[in-house]
Design a protein around this ligand. Sequence first.
Ligand SMILES: O=C(O)CCC(=O)C(=O)O
Ligand SMILES: [Fe+2]
Length: 191
Amino acid sequence: MFTHFGKVGELLESILNDCLGLPLNFLKEYNHDRSWDFMVALNYYPATNTENNGISEHEDGNCITFVIQDEVGGLQVRKNGEWIPVIPAAGRIIVNVSDVIQVLSNNKFKSATHRAVRKTGRSRHSFAFFYNIQGDKWIEPLPQFTEEIGEPPKYKGFYYKDYQALRMRNKSHPPSRPEDIIHITHYAISS
Ligand SMILES: O=C(O)CCC(=O)C(=O)O
Ligand SMILES: [Fe+2]
């Protein structure tokens, strides 16, 4: 299954490549190392009356994420400030664009803001596959979305592993102030 997801990721990446108008196989060649891909199984226990967030609002830090949720549902995506429930259906795979694509495309494609909300009295299970990029890759807005079209870059460049380390630190040493949690905006260039 893991290898199949990697292949589906490559296919989706090639579709994104075309949608972004990049040269043929550009993303495939840029992101050819599959060793940082990973998959997790998630269990969410029934919500209580006081707490129901299975996983709070966030964007994923990788390239493309696949989510498979069970029939209980609960995944929600934010669109124009509203939370839209992702209705579960057998065989359905949800695809989220994540932070690396947002940076490379200089915000042409946005990283999906999503969360999982537990239902009162129901347990929920999901899988997430993170199609990733190797840690030593330098990530910055591509010239096709900046200098070639006269747009300023919206992000400073960074090594992917440094961003991942900062995100891990969010978890191992959660900052007391929510505004100190590291998001991709950490690298944003204010205009
Ligand atoms: O459980 C889900 O439906 C989503 C999980 C998720 O967003 C994540 O692990 O990043
Ligand atoms: Fe996520």
